[in-house]
Design a protein around this ligand. Structure first.
Ligand SMILES: *[C@@H]1O[C@H](CO)[C@@H](O)[C@H](O)[C@H]1NC(C)=O
Length: 209
């Protein structure tokens, strides 16, 4: 019984943790000299004695992104190991989300990260869908925070049809990955067979036998 509890607890802990822990204080990203031939779980790090304070600072999120790009009218700017090399192995990403009027971050998933979002300006309608199909949705006002569990479909929408909105997110991976549900289905690099999409999305003329 105790062993069972312990095992369950251990599995739960494994299930919710972020990226693997670093074995050193830091592992500042070292850009490869030529095309990288080896692939590791993360990126290479430079000699720790060569690290400088600028490796741990970025202005990447200081400027608003251009939100005039159709169809979503949003712009998401993120920290990466390229613009913030000290981020490597820390299990973190920060994102700046600029919303134009009625801007939408369409339903998407991050396969490797949970996300916590703070609304800084404007009013956002945010939400996620769990694996049983329950939808959790809320209006988020300035200073309010919402959490999107790892791997679940979620969305953010600026309910204001005139004014812009701003939010900041933290994600529990240095490489959260993003799959936008609609784009992944309909504009993938090599298309999903049309018959499959017709059937899956019940698009015109699907024959019922
Ligand atoms: C986001 O905004 C930046 C800065 O204005 C711009 O360079 C970039 O093209 C925009 N990205 C998208 C996807 O609209």
């Amino acid at each position: 019984m105790l062993l069972n509890l312990l095992l369950t607890f251990t599995f739960l802990m494994v299930g919710v943790k972020s990226d693997p822990d670093s074995l050193q204080d830091y592992c500042v990203f070292l850009p490869p000299l030529s095309h990288q031939q080896i692939f590791i779980n993360g990126v290479l790090c430079k000699d720790p004695t060569q690290a400088t304070v600028s490796d741990f600072k970025t202005s990447a999120l200081s400027r608003p992104g251009n939100t005039h790009v159709k169809p979503f009218m949003i712009n998401v700017t993120v920290t990466t190991t390229a613009n913030l090399p000290g981020l490597n192995t820390m299990g973190l990403t920060m994102a700046r989300l600029d919303f134009g009027a009625s801007g939408t971050v369409p339903p998407h998933v991050h396969p490797r990260a949970s996300e916590v979002t703070v609304c800084l300006d404007g009013v956002l309608l945010v939400g996620f869908v769990d694996t049983s199909g329950r939808v959790f949705t809320q209006e988020l006002h300035p200073g309010e925070t919402f959490v999107f569990p790892k791997g679940l479909i979620h969305f953010l929408y600026n309910i204001d049809t005139v004014c812009s909105a701003l939010a900041v997110s933290g994600l529990s991976s240095q490489n959260p990955g993003t799959q936008i549900v609609s784009l992944s289905s309909f504009i993938p690099k090599s298309p999903i067979p049309e018959e499959v999409l017709k059937s899956a999305y019940d698009i015109n003329g699907h024959k019922v036998c």
